[in-house]
Ligand binder design. Structure first.
Ligand SMILES: [Zn+2]
Length: 395
């Protein structure tokens, strides 16, 4: 096949901005040669048709117009393929040729030339840089996360640390993520939340889901705007959806009753459970990762160990404050302090899910960002194995 047409998806067209988009499909003589994944296709709401040509050699000329001239020597019609657009014409030409992409490895290289001609015969031509965005291209950069595309993680609670963790999971190439949270984004909390005012007033689940679907289309997002609530409330109907078939429960809720419940549901299903929490002031935090068959203790064992000092609790500042217009006392702390905790939580979850990622020999990590008197210290993580506690009734 030496030439054909292609469809390019893009977000919007402004002739003053370079065309940015993705090849949605590629055809030759009416036969479909390539079609992008549905996750990439659905993020573009405009499309344009272009043409592709295979060249015998890489076009070694510096300018876009010159490269078109080289292509025209082999395919004269390159010069005449224009599409009518508001205010003029546009032409997108893709050139493909064999090139050495690694030592002794030859693959197809692509070059895209965009030409715009306005009604006064002014013409502009530029290269649109080609980048590879297939799932394999992304995964090559994170070989230790090779199991992620097949995994499902359920994230409960999308406060500042839960939302940041959800973004990290998708960025790392997780295949499926389930999100559960009842709240809308309060503009006052955007000092810590991953997104700012554009998110305020919308459900946290919807904001995160929309962002992940657009920017990480290989991660399938399933979200519910709901609380876990009390065991006797209708909200617990979401628990089978959250837990069944999931590979890991990631708990960023701040209610110990919910933490206990989710840890037990994970234990019943023999899947890892990860708990993350920040302490007030952004002074510290904690991650507990319970891996079936590796972690002897349970969530309740951890509570006993924190109580008797076997595990030193993280430092925290003075009690919560109550801002104007807020019914409840609120958490204080800076985003760059609290963000340390979801990073460790995702790291430990990753170790529990990916055999090719190193596995830690500890189950609990306690973070101190401040000394007892409030002095700033570099982030200090102290780690512990979680053993069975003599007073735990679960064993
Ligand atoms: Zn226990």
């Amino acid at each position: 096949m030496s030439n054909g047409d292609l469809t390019i998806g893009f977000e919007q067209f402004d002739k003053n901005d370079p065309l940015r988009g993705a090849v949605l499909s590629l055809r030759a003589q009416g036969n479909l040669l390539y079609e992008t994944s549905p996750g990439i296709a659905r993020r573009y709401n405009c499309s344009t048709k272009g043409f592709w040509y295979r060249l015998e050699a890489p076009p070694l000329r510096p300018g876009a117009e010159e490269v078109i001239d080289i292509a025209a020597q082999q395919y004269p019609r390159v010069l005449h393929e224009w599409e009518l657009i508001p205010g003029g014409y546009r032409s997108v030409t893709a050139l493909v040729f064999r090139e050495e992409q690694r030592q002794n490895t030859f693959r197809d290289g692509w070059l895209f030339v965009v030409r715009i001609r306005d009604k006064n015969c002014g013409q502009l031509a530029y290269f649109a840089r080609a980048g590879r965005a297939g799932q394999v291209d992304l995964q090559t950069r994170v070989p230790e996360l090779s199991s992620f595309p097949e995994k499902t993680v359920s994230v409960a609670g999308l406060g500042c640390i839960g939302a940041a963790a959800a973004v990290q999971f998708a960025r790392a190439g997780l295949g499926n993520i389930r999100l559960l949270d009842p709240d809308i984004v309060d503009p006052g909390t955007t000092v810590r939340w991953p997104f700012g005012l554009s998110a305020s007033g919308r459900a946290k689940v919807e904001v995160i889901a929309r962002f992940l679907s657009l920017d990480y289309p290989f991660t399938k997002v399933d979200g519910r705007v709901n609380a876990i609530g009390r065991v006797d409330s209708p909200d617990v109907q979401n628990l089978p959806w959250l837990c069944d078939g999931s590979d890991l429960l990631f708990d960023a809720t701040v209610e110990s009753g919910v933490n206990h419940l989710l840890s037990e549901l994970a234990r019943e299903r023999k899947i890892p459970y990860v708990y993350i929490a920040a302490t007030n002031g952004g002074w510290g935090g904690m991650v507990i990762c319970i891996r079936p068959e590796r972690t002897a203790g349970c969530w309740m064992c951890a509570q006993h160990a924190l109580e008797d000092g076997t595990i030193t609790p993280p430092p925290e500042s003075e009690p919560f404050i109550q801002p104007y217009g807020c019914a409840d006392p609120t958490f204080t702390g800076a985003n760059f302090d609290t963000d340390e905790i979801p990073l460790m939580g995702v790291r430990m979850a990753t170790a529990a899910l990916n055999p090719s990622y190193p596995s830690p020999d500890w189950d609990v990590a306690v973070l101190a960002m401040r000394a007892e008197d409030g002095h700033l210290v570099a982030p200090q993580w102290k780690t512990y194995r979680l053993d069975r506690h003599a007073e735990c009734q679960n064993h």
